[in-house]
Design a binder for this molecule. Structure first.
Ligand code: NAP
Ligand code: MG
Length: 511
């Protein structure tokens, strides 16, 4: 042992912390104590959260017609974070009228480069307020600060920058054609990436000259209202962006409003189907980004350690609250035992707890309802005869909705836990022998949003990815996003694409 290591050990023992193990110690040592970090909470002192929030309509905050409010809970503490206005069809109508007026009188008349300037300004202001937005996202939705700070907020700014760039270049996006805006867009988003989903929707709509009425999810409305403040600070003309908060009925009022020209929805397949039925027979354009049950396929020639990290990233980070999560592991038989053993060891090191702590890997489940749903699925898995394994490392906090990372082995393709979206940190593991069997199993669910392939062979990546009925296939990585890349699903995972050049199409009529 080097002098330095000896010194460190002596110091650690003096401090009362657990004695560090040497790098070559037996892997069977106690992982829990090895990964005992000191708490590193992000301070929320400077974040201003008001007691009550109104709708944002026509450039200012506006009291809801029925003067009713609902409470939003911090899922890590179960304390009330703020109250939000409950949107009725009158509020939606007021917002649509404001959006129509702004569309007719201002936004569609503005030179494209001027539109671009506003969107760039919004992007820069998201960057300037990044820390505040990340903290709020974690407090409101339960996701680890590491994720909201490093993924949600920077990507939200990146989508605004990217689409700001397109605003005055639509002639190049659609050569030989004239792209005209569609008009007023109704946009409804889910709770798993609140600010990021808002960016995916609002940025391309504004860049192409449309105006917007957006409804955030009822459990995560706060960053949308902070975004409203950003629109005001950016001097965005009144009515170009309107935010109406509320529950499912508020979303339905947007879908049914006769003066809306396009609906963009991200959420569950169940609600997506209801929306598609309501839109049948109307001339509204629509895109639907729905659920998923992503296969993550590990071949024998993959780097096992890298794949284990990829699996953890694909399903456990962000509590599995990811539509494109790799929630079904398909591992080739020859390496299955080794990989599952390493995965179990890695699960012991995952820290479940305070979303604001920078060490946390798995934060709080977004709501009580989702928490109950995940636990119901865990019960279903056990009843279906699958073998459950959960990490033993973290003690879950006494308050809040927390779930340990969970895997199920011994599952059959027909099991509900294999077929249905759980939207939590729950992974099913199946094995396969041949590439054909992997493809067959991967494609055998009603969904087709995203998947992953892990192999050493480039040719195998191309061969298998072409056979997967998935909108996105990642190779030797997972859950990577970029504004230039289109995203969307096959089968019951949705209709249409968002992101990239493809993401402009739903917001224009081409002449
Ligand atoms: P959800 O229940 O379908 O809700 C999505 C949004 O629709 C929420 O704002 C919701 O309001 C609203 N809504 C509910 N009923 C409605 C109705 N009848 N008409 C119009 N709007 C209605 O989904 P979620 O539970 O929030 O989100 C999780 C789901 O989203 C998962 O299935 C996930 O896979 C999917 N998702 C997909 C993508 C993708 O890109 N494909 C991305 C993220 C999430 P309330 O909040 O008040 O219920
Ligand atoms: Mg909340």
């Amino acid at each position: 042992m080097s002098e330095k290591t000896k010194e460190n050990e002596a110091e650690a023992t003096a401090n009362g912390s657990p004695k560090p193990t040497s790098p070559n110690a037996d892997l069977k040592h106690d992982f829990a104590s090895f990964w005992n970090y000191s708490p590193a909470p992000e301070s929320s002192d400077f974040v201003e959260i008001r007691k009550q929030y109104q709708h944002y309509i026509d450039g200012s905050f506006s009291v809801p017609a029925k003067k009713r409010y609902f409470k939003s809970i911090n899922p890590a503490t179960e304390e009330v974070l703020a109250e939000f206005a409950e949107g009725t069809s009158e509020d939606v109508d007021k917002a649509v009228k404001a959006a129509r007026k702004a569309y007719d009188k201002v936004w569609s008349k503005l030179p494209a480069r001027e539109r671009g300037k506003y969107i760039y300004r919004i992007a820069r202001m998201i960057q300037e307020r990044a820390r505040e937005l990340a903290i709020i996202e974690s407090m409101d939705g339960g996701k680890p600060i590491r994720e909201s700070r490093d993924v949600d907020v920077p990507l939200a700014a990146a989508y605004f920058f990217y689409y700001a760039g397109w605003a005055d270049k639509l002639d190049y996006a659609f050569p030989g054609r004239k792209a005209e805006p569609v008009g007023v867009c109704g946009q409804i988003i889910p709770w798993n990436f609140p600010l990021l989903m808002l960016a995916w929707k609002i940025a391309p709509a504004l860049a192409t000259g449309n105006t917007v009425v957006l409804k955030p999810a009822e459990t995560t409305s706060l960053t949308a209202l902070k975004f409203a403040e950003i629109c005001m600070d950016a001097g965005l003309p009144a009515g170009v962006v309107n935010i109406v908060t509320g529950a499912g009925q508020t979303g339905a009022a947007i879908v049914d409003h006769p003066d809306i020209n396009k609906i963009a929805f991200t959420g569950s397949t169940e609600v997506g189907k209801i929306i598609q039925k309501s839109l049948a027979g109307t001339d509204k354009k629509f895109t639907l980004e729905l659920g998923g049950k992503g296969p993550n396929i590990i071949f024998e020639d993959a780097s096992v350690d890298q794949a284990v990290e990829g699996i953890v990233n694909a399903i456990f980070f962000n509590q599995g609250h990811v539509c494109c999560a790799g929630s079904r592991l398909l591992v080739q038989e020859g390496i299955a035992d080794k990989l599952i053993k390493k995965l179990k060891q890695r699960m012991e090191t995952l820290i479940v707890g305070d979303p604001l702590d920078k060490n946390t890997d798995i934060g709080a489940i977004n709501s009580k309802m989702q928490f109950n749903k995940i636990n119901e699925y865990i019960e279903i898995g056990i009843k279906e005869g699958a073998t459950i394994h959960q990490s033993n490392s973290s003690n879950l906090p006494d308050k809040g909705y927390f779930c340990k990372p969970t895997i199920f082995t011994g599952v059959a393709q027909s099991n509900r836990i294999v077929q249905e979206e759980i939207f939590g940190p729950v992974l099913t593991i199946q094995t396969f022998r041949t590439p054909e069997e992997a493809v067959e199993k991967a494609n055998n669910t009603p969904y087709g949003l995203a998947g992953g392939i892990w192999t050493d062979k480039g040719s195998k990546i191309f061969k298998i990815s072409q056979k997967l009925r998935s909108g996105v296939v990642w190779a030797n990585t997972f859950n990577k996003f970029d504004p230039t890349s289109p995203f969307g699903g096959y089968k019951e995972s949705g209709v249409g694409r968002e992101g990239g050049l493809h993401g402009l199409y739903p917001y224009v009529n081409l002449k």
